[in-house]
Design a protein around this ligand. Structure first.
Ligand code: IGP
Length: 257
């Protein structure tokens, strides 16, 4: 399964990162940071629907994504239209990098989500050191103990955690761990099929006080209308924004729909 491969490759990358910047050093860097970005949680919790705009240059399911605009142009559009940014930092399968997040940080005060496969404490200090405001926790690659420990560490570091689930069992685990921000990935990472109905199915389990995020496969007006019916608080949009000449126009239209 692709997820296993990504995690294996991540372990190798992690070693490289630790060799370059030692765990002691990264902790020190994390402690030194003054928060620049606003609150990820607050950005999604507000009454109106929120949009998280992603920066993603490739993925195992979509291959290489060609963008018509450069990163600076993209950030101008995002700054004027979305509520939070998601930046892929996974190198091998998504062609991400922590340097992209650093570049984005210089161009926005919007909250930034570090989108990666978090499997080691080191990555949380690193996220803090590069001035991310939030991190992603993927329930499918974490057992209950890791989920709880990483969630607690995030909170201690002042990082919001978006916990990603894909089925009822993972949703139950997230609810048991008392996670505040829950995302449903509509993409099945085992075969890459996309079903927006996943959000609809799981929405019934989510108590009203949670922040509920629909992720992946949101491309058309119909998709947006369908998900609004599911009472989500936010959409996470990658490909549609990456391929759009003017993501701002799309974001504005979708908010109003
Ligand atoms: O490009 P899309 O279909 O709009 O999807 C965005 C986002 O949901 C997707 O990139 C994503 C969701 N969960 C992830 C976990 C790891 C990497 C990437 C992801």
């Amino acid at each position: 399964m692709i997820l296993d491969q990504i995690v294996e490759d991540k372990k190798i990358r992690l070693k490289e990162h630790k060799n370059k910047t030692s765990p002691d050093e990264i902790r020190r860097m994390a402690e030194e940071q003054v928060k620049i970005g606003s609150s990820f949680y607050d950005a999604l919790k507000k009454d109106q629907i929120s949009i998280i705009g992603e920066f993603k240059q490739a993925s195992p399911s979509l291959g290489k994504i060609t963008s018509k605009i450069n990163l600076t142009e993209r950030m101008e559009e995002y700054n004027a239209s979305v509520d939070a940014i998601s930046c892929l930092t996974e190198e091998d399968h998504f062609l991400g990098n922590i340097d992209y997040l650093r570049t984005i940080r210089k161009q926005t005060k919007l909250p930034i989500l570090r989108k990666d496969f978090m499997i080691d404490e080191y990555q949380f200090y690193e996220a803090k050191a590069i001035q991310a405001d939030a991190i992603l926790l993927i329930a499918a690659i974490l057992d209950d103990v890791m989920l709880k420990d990483f969630y607690q560490l995030s909170t201690e570091l002042g990082l919001d955690a978006l916990v990603e689930v894909h089925d009822e069992r993972e949703m139950e685990r997230a609810l048991k761990a008392d996670i505040k921000i829950i995302g449903v990935n509509n993409r099945d990472l085992r075969d890459f099929t996309i079903r927006l109905d996943t959000t609809k199915r799981l929405s019934a389990m989510v108590p009203g006080d949670k922040v509920f995020v629909a992720e992946s496969g949101i491309v058309t007006d119909e998709d947006v209308l369908f998900l609004k019916e599911c009472h989500v608080d936010a959409f996470l949009i990658g490909r549609a924004f990456m391929e759009a000449e003017h993501p701002k126009e799309l974001a504005e239209r979708w908010k109003k729909l």
